[in-house]
Design a protein. Structure first.
Length: 73
């Protein structure tokens, strides 16, 4: 996919807001701003934040591991 992690924003937005309704539009904008402003990969930060918002600490662990291990499958 061309465009780097910015190309994923519309896809991620559609999945977490429109398809599953995990977070609101405002929460998505906040999570992306926080993910961009903290150190580390944006996708990992966004997944960690979303996992926490949806299921607390267990969601954080699952979302983070999902992003980190996806390239191996």
């Amino acid at each position: 996919m061309f465009g780097g992690h910015y190309a994923v924003i519309p896809i991620l937005r559609h999945v977490v807001i429109a398809r599953y309704g995990w977070i609101s539009e405002k929460e998505f904008l906040d999570l992306w701003a926080i993910s961009e402003s903290t150190s580390g990969p944006t996708a990992l930060n966004a997944a960690t934040y979303t996992g926490y918002k949806v299921h607390g600490f267990p969601g954080t662990v699952v979302a983070t591991l999902g992003v980190m291990t996806a390239p191996f499958f």
